[in-house]
Design a binder for this molecule. Structure first.
Ligand code: PRT
Ligand code: ZN
Length: 216
């Protein structure tokens, strides 16, 4: 009786770039959820799944805390948050890259040109790792939004931010000079997921892989 009531708890983005594709993926997996826009959570009618709608940045923490077992979130967020979360499957949407960019007018030949600069970013952990690997000493300024305006207002010499088309960088007089990370939406799961949830995750994963195969 207990086991039959067991549900897998999935966190997806409440609104934003990954929301629609996350819902679409569930639909393609044959999972019906009624997607109430202002709801915090909903249940699937034909799969033991509870869906929580959260801010993307919060999803790794909610997984670590056990509020959700799994989540759909950008790889960039998983790697930055460093929580007890594994990447289970890449999902093929939400593709972007985390890149270093500097003013168009700055001469740039190699990563050495970042030596002793100030870099504005919302990804201090990933950027710090990149700088350390490349033996670059730079000052990281953590800012949470509108990173691309930092050089223009004199707050930083360069930035590290997500890029997809490149038009935001272009409009702010910046050029992309290093790719730090290639990212896409991933299915992420708690490292110590319980056996019952793990079985349900395998079922879901089987369907996701079938959907991906059908697209190739
Ligand atoms: O409200 P919440 O916190 O949930 O959402 P959010 O505003 O933090 O995130 P959101 O919806 O912007 O992005 C969610 C995820 O989408 C990111 O974590 C990435 O994994 C992925 N993604 C894919 C992107 C982009 N492409 C992207 N282009 N996230 C952000 N951008 C931004 C970027 O920061 C920059 O401001 O778009 C701008 C650059 O785009 P281009 O096309 O001008 O290069
Ligand atoms: Zn966010």
């Amino acid at each position: 009786l207990f086991v039959s009531k067991m549900k897998l708890k999935l966190a997806i983005q409440k609104s934003g770039r990954l929301h629609d594709d996350s819902i679409k993926l569930l639909k393609e997996c044959g999972i019906d959820i009624n997607n109430g826009v202002n709801k915090l959570k909903t249940e699937a009618s034909n799969f033991p799944l509870e869906v929580f709608f959260l801010r993307d940045d919060d999803i790794p923490q909610y997984i670590e805390d056990g509020v959700a077992d799994i989540g759909i979130v950008g790889e960039n967020v998983v790697l930055e948050k460093k929580k007890q979360v594994d990447i289970v499957e890449k999902l093929g949407f939400g593709k972007c890259r985390l890149s270093m960019a500097v003013p168009k007018s700055m001469e740039y030949n190699s990563v050495e040109d970042l030596q002793n600069t100030r870099i504005a970013t919302s990804y201090p952990i990933i950027v710090n790792e990149f700088l350390r690997k490349n033996n670059i000493k730079a000052e990281i300024h953590e800012i949470s939004g509108s990173v691309e305006i930092a050089p223009g207002i004199g707050l930083a010499d360069g930035i590290c931010d997500l890029v997809s088309s490149g038009s935001t960088l272009f409009m702010n007089g910046l050029k992309e000079v290093e790719t730090v990370l290639k990212s896409e939406a991933v299915l992420a799961a708690f490292k110590s997921i319980q056996p019952a949830q793990s079985k349900l995750l395998d079922k879901l994963l089987f369907r996701i892989q079938a959907v991906k195969k059908a697209k190739n």
